[in-house]
Design a protein around this ligand. Structure first.
Ligand code: PAF
Length: 281
């Protein structure tokens, strides 16, 4: 695997490459990222991963400084997964001057996770556009665990007429259902044992909706209350339309998704479950 910290070297290395697929990451890779790398191979000929912990998408009280950085281990895993090139710039390379031009996503950036992480989606969209311009992929993959991020990036790509297909990768889970996340590293052993509750309450909502329950606000309230009774501090549990993450107006036959963000100890965990009839979920 080639490793390129410099934009100019990466561009040179990609010059004659066919069908480039990009998987952007912030490193500290786990099986969820590696599944995206494997999926990427089915979409093109040259798989490029990037590792960059993007300061722009972290708020002042977020975990930018302590975000786990495990570069050597990440490189070993990417090489073993058959990634062709890794773009791993430092901050001076990606932001040689203060970033003054931003991608400003619409109202959705202030909802759900955006309500609790002001500026987050603008930081994500800005760095991803920059990565797209540098790598110029035909396809880019993002995990569905960050459901709102995937929607924002899909919409940005479409509205900006970028010639890139955005592909979502399924969430990879531990055996007990906890979605894999770099932030799981912040959990103590006791918290780690409690953490799968998040996925369980979302599954329960999904089953209730599939069984015909339409009191969405009540389902959301009960789920948040259960989490909080078990030591979580819940930001939101929300049943939304998959297509635009807006509040569904029952009765609706549109595909729904239930999303949540909640804090357990030092970790803020997010998860979601798509409510698709016929999937058993
Ligand atoms: O999902 C992530 O890891 C990040 O938000 C991304 C897409 C790499 C942008 O920094």
């Amino acid at each position: 695997m080639q490793i390129h910290p410099l934009i100019s070297d990466l561009r040179l290395a990609l010059k004659n490459r066919a069908r480039i697929v990009l998987v952007p990451t912030m490193g500290n890779l786990h099986a969820g990222h590696l599944a995206l790398m494997t999926q990427a191979r089915t979409h093109g000929d040259t798989v490029v991963a990037s590792i960059f912990v993007n300061r722009l998408q972290f708020g002042p009280s977020d975990d930018f400084e302590r975000y786990p950085r495990t570069f050597q281990d990440d490189c070993d895993q990417l090489a073993a997964a058959g990634v062709d090139l890794l773009f791993a710039p430092n901050e001076a390379e990606l932001y040689p001057e203060p970033q003054e031009y931003y991608i400003e996503p619409p109202q959705i950036q202030h909802q759900l996770d955006g309500e609790f992480r002001p500026g987050h989606f603008r930081g994500v969209a800005t760095v991803v556009l920059k990565l797209f311009n540098i790598v110029q992929p035909q396809v880019a993959l993002f995990g569905k665990k960050d459901y709102q991020q995937l929607l924002v990036l899909r919409n940005m790509t479409r509205q900006m007429a970028l010639p890139i297909t955005i592909v979502g990768g399924e969430t990879v889970r531990a055996d007990d259902g906890l979605a894999l996340s770099s932030r799981n590293a912040y959990l103590s052993a006791t918290e780690r044992a409690e953490a799968p509750r998040l996925q369980r309450v979302l599954q329960r909502i999904s089953s209730a909706v599939l069984a015909g329950e339409r009191e969405f606000a009540q389902l959301e309230r009960e789920a948040a209350a259960e989490l909080d009774q078990h030591g979580w501090k819940t930001d939101y549990v929300a049943i939304r339309r998959q297509a635009d993450l807006q509040v569904p107006r029952p009765p609706t036959e549109q595909p729904l998704v239930v999303l949540a963000a909640s804090r357990l100890g030092a970790a803020r965990l997010i998860d979601n479950v798509e409510i698709n009839a016929g999937t058993g979920r």
